[in-house]
Structures are given as structure tokens and as C-alpha cells.
Ligand binder design. Structure first.
Ligand code: AMP
Ligand code: ZN
Ligand code: ZN
Length: 403
């Protein structure tokens, strides 16, 4: 045999062995699925998952407990002050550009995302990845996004999303992704519209639970079924809000000019530079049903001060309260919001879920609260690749759930 053919055979064989050995991980997010929704006796498939694998009491989100900062923390292992997605809505004060969920231009611009998502780390290590929706998966730079991805379509049916993932897992071995994300917004939407204690949220919880059953039955048909790890998380929880519990910053600061960003569960406030202390003192004097902090005096546990897009004043409403300015008050009054999230991430109502099963995970293993920034180094460990070294997540806090 010619030397060239030997080399080709060697590469084909090693790539087959590599592909067979590389694990498969499906990371699923049930948006807004509060930590205790699975204790309502209506989730048989989650009960089964708990018995077959690991279940954490809760998954602690990062502050602010909103969708984009948290999904990006899960996938990058960094706090928002380090990865840059500091809220669902925020402003670059130097260029006045805004990042907005729902704005397809900004959510696809790589410049906002300073973290490295696991799919970027994995791709660099020759692992094929895919995403059926995840904040930050649609970045315009090819090498920074999954090999296969979908532009977000809110109304894409849940069955189509699962079938899409199964189709990827049926691809020929060389093209088949080993890391896949899957996202469902259902419990978030119903939690906002009807509240976390409604009949409608229970129907939504049951709907997602039966989807998990459908996903399992489809996975069981795959030849790779025994080498697939499933990690199920949520980005945050949900709490009831009350229409009368309103804090209007425009009323408190009627004599001052300031920039107001985000709003509802927390507000980012940028006063004129020479009025900073006055504005802070007035807010502090009126600190009723909210907490006000100067950026450089934010309590350490928020990990929310070290980014140039974070405003000099941060106001965090108490659970169930809503912070607005006059403009936001108008739209908020028209809406019929019954539930919200985004509050202090220490509040248990803001916590989400963590379940994991598959060849890498211990079985029937119940543990306490995990931090969502630790999931990225966990994924790196499962794939036996080096995580980026400047992350906030710590493998030591989570690796005990592995076999
Ligand atoms: P929120 O409750 O405001 O923190 O955000 C939840 C909403 O984010 C969902 O209802 C979706 O409409 C939206 N969303 C989730 N993932 C994406 C995505 N990948 N791209 C755009 N919007 C998304
Ligand atoms: Zn969310
Ligand atoms: Zn939400």
C-alpha cells in the first residue's frame, strides 16, 4: 500500500474513533420554569428524569434574572459584568447604540458578546455543534456560533423544534452535532400572562413535561441513545406582581434629567454627571419597596458593577414591585402582567431548575442549589476540552454530580 493511502486510512480511522468517543449532550432550556414547578405533582416525565439522573434543588440565576443575561451566562460561564449582556435592554453610553431583545440586528452583532460560548470552544476543538434557539447563537461571525443554528422564531411549533434536533442526531456521523441546545418559551409566557400560581401555568408546566416525554421517546429510537447526556435547565423563575405596587422614578426625580433603561423589576439610571450624588441621595431617601445602589457600591454577590455599560445607579425593586418611568408606566398599565422576573437573584422565586441524566451523570442523585455559571466548565469537562481561562464558573463546585 502506498504511504499516502496509509495516511488517509489513519485519518479516517482516527476521526471515526474520535466521533464515536465524543459524547453527545443536549442542553434544554424551559424559559421561566421556576425551581418548584416540578413539585406540583403534575410532571411525571420530570419525576422520571430525577430518578434516572441528577436533580438540583434549584439553579441560581445571575443578576439580572432575565432571559438573555442568563442564557448567555449558562453558555459562557461568565457573569453579565464579564460577558457584556448586562440586561435584555441596555445602551452603549459611548455610541448610544442599544441592545434589545426582539431587535434582530443587535442580537446578532458579535460585538455585544464578550464571552465565549461553549459552541465556540467546542468548534475550536473539532466538535460539531448545533442550536435550535439560544440567545447568542445567531452571531454573524461564523466561528462564534454553532455549526448548525436557527434564527429565532417564537411561533415555531415545539414538535418541529424537537424533530429538528432528532434530525441532526440522525445525520451521518461526520456531520452529526455532539452538542445541541433546545429552547422553549412556554412557561415564561404563561408565567407573565397568568402568574406562577394560575391554572394556565400548570397547563404550561404539563405541556413542557409531555414534550420532554416526546423527546425521550424519539431519543430512544436513535442508535446513539445510550451515549446522549441530557441537561435540562431554566434561566430564572417567576413571581407574582401586583398592579398597585408601582415605583415611578419620574415622580421621585421630577427635578432631574437622567437616562432610564430596562425597567419593571430593576432599572438602570444614569443621571447627569454633576448631579450624581444629589440624585442618589434623593433615591436613597425614598428607598421604599426598592434598593438603590451606586455602581461601585453594589454588594459583591450581584457581580454587577464591573462593566462600562452598567449605569452609575442601579435600582432593584422588591419582589412583586414594579419600577417604571412615565413612558413605561403607560405601556405597563395597558398590559395585564401577572408575573415577572429580573429581581435580586438571591430570591428563591427567581431560581430555576437543573436536571441531568446520561452516561456521565450520577443516578437518582439529589443535591442543593447550583450556580448557572458553573454549567460551561461542566460541559468542557464532559467534552474533555479546555474551558476558556477567564470565566467565573468553577468546575470544583459542580463536578461531584458526574460519575
Ligand atoms: P424575558 O421574559 O423578557 O426575559 O424574555 C423572554 C422572551 O425572550 C421570550 O418570550 C422570547 O420571545 C424571547 N427570546 C428567547 N430566546 C430568544 C432568541 N434566541 N432570540 C430572540 N428572542 C428570544
Ligand atoms: Zn427567561
Ligand atoms: Zn420572562
Amino acid at each position: 500500500m502506498k504511504a499516502k493511502n496509509v495516511v488517509i486510512i489513519f485519518f479516517v480511522l482516527t476521526s471515526i474513533i474520535f466521533a464515536q468517543k465524543t459524547p453527545y449532550v443536549i442542553l434544554i432550556s424551559f424559559d421561566g420554569f421556576r425551581w418548584d414547578y416540578c413539585e406540583r405533582g403534575i410532571t411525571p416525565n420530570l419525576d422520571k428524569l430525577q430518578n434516572e439522573g441528577v436533580r438540583a434543588k434549584s439553579l441560581k440565576p445571575v443578576f439580572p434574572s432575565k432571559t438573555f443575561p442568563n442564557h448567555y451566562s449558562i453558555i459562557s460561564g461568565m457573569y453579565p459584568e464579564d460577558h457584556g449582556i448586562i440586561a435584555n435592554y441596555f445602551t452603549n453610553p459611548f455610541t448610544h447604540e442599544r441592545y434589545r431583545v426582539g431587535d434582530t440586528v443587535s442580537v446578532r452583532q458579535g460585538k455585544w458578546y464578550q464571552g465565549e460560548a461553549i459552541w465556540e470552544t467546542a468548534r475550536r476543538n473539532g466538535i460539531v455543534t448545533a442550536s435550535y434557539f439560544w440567545p447568542g447563537s445567531e452571531i454573524e461571525l461564523e466561528y462564534r456560533r454553532p455549526n448548525y443554528f436557527k434564527y429565532y422564531e417564537h411561533n415555531k411549533t415545539y414538535k418541529e423544534r424537537i424533530d429538528g434536533v432528532i434530525n441532526w442526531l440522525n445525520l451521518p456521523q461526520k456531520e452529526r452535532p455532539h452538542f445541541i441546545t433546545l429552547y422553549f418559551h412556554d412557561t415564561d409566557s404563561y408565567g407573565h400572562d397568568f402568574g406562577p400560581n394560575s391554572i394556565e401555568i400548570n397547563q404550561s408546566i404539563k405541556r413542557l413535561d409531555s414534550l420532554l416525554g416526546y423527546l425521550n421517546s424519539e431519543i430512544n429510537k436513535l442508535e446513539t441513545k445510550d451515549s446522549i447526556d441530557i441537561i435540562l435547565v431554566s434561566d430564572h423563575g417567576m413571581t407574582e406582581v401586583c398592579k398597585d405596587k408601582i415605583i415611578n422614578v419620574d415622580e421621585i426625580l421630577s427635578d432631574y434629567k437622567f437616562r432610564f433603561d430596562s425597567g419593571e423589576t430593576f432599572a438602570l439610571i444614569e443621571p447627569e454627571e454633576n448631579k450624581l450624588n444629589e440624585v442618589y441621595e434623593i433615591l436613597k431617601k425614598n428607598e421604599n419597596h426598592f434598593k438603590v445602589y451606586l455602581k461601585n457600591e453594589m454588594p459583591e454577590y450581584y457581580h454587577f458593577s464591573n462593566h462600562q455599560f452598567i449605569t452609575t445607579i442601579i435600582l432593584i425593586a422588591d419582589l412583586g414591585w414594579t419600577v417604571v418611568n412615565n413612558k413605561l408606566l403607560k405601556s405597563y398599565t395597558k398590559s395585564n402582567t401577572k408575573g415577572n422576573h429580573g429581581y435580586d437573584n438571591n430570591e428563591l422565586d427567581m431560581h430555576g431548575i437543573f436536571f441531568a441524566k446520561g452516561p456521565h451523570f450520577k443516578e437518582n442523585y439529589k443535591i442543593g442549589t447550583l450556580l448557572n455559571v458553573d454549567i460551561y466548565p461542566l460541559l468542557a469537562k464532559i467534552f474533555k476540552i479546555n474551558p476558556r481561562n477567564n470565566i467565573d464558573g468553577k468546575l470544583e463546585r459542580i463536578e461531584f454530580i458526574l460519575k
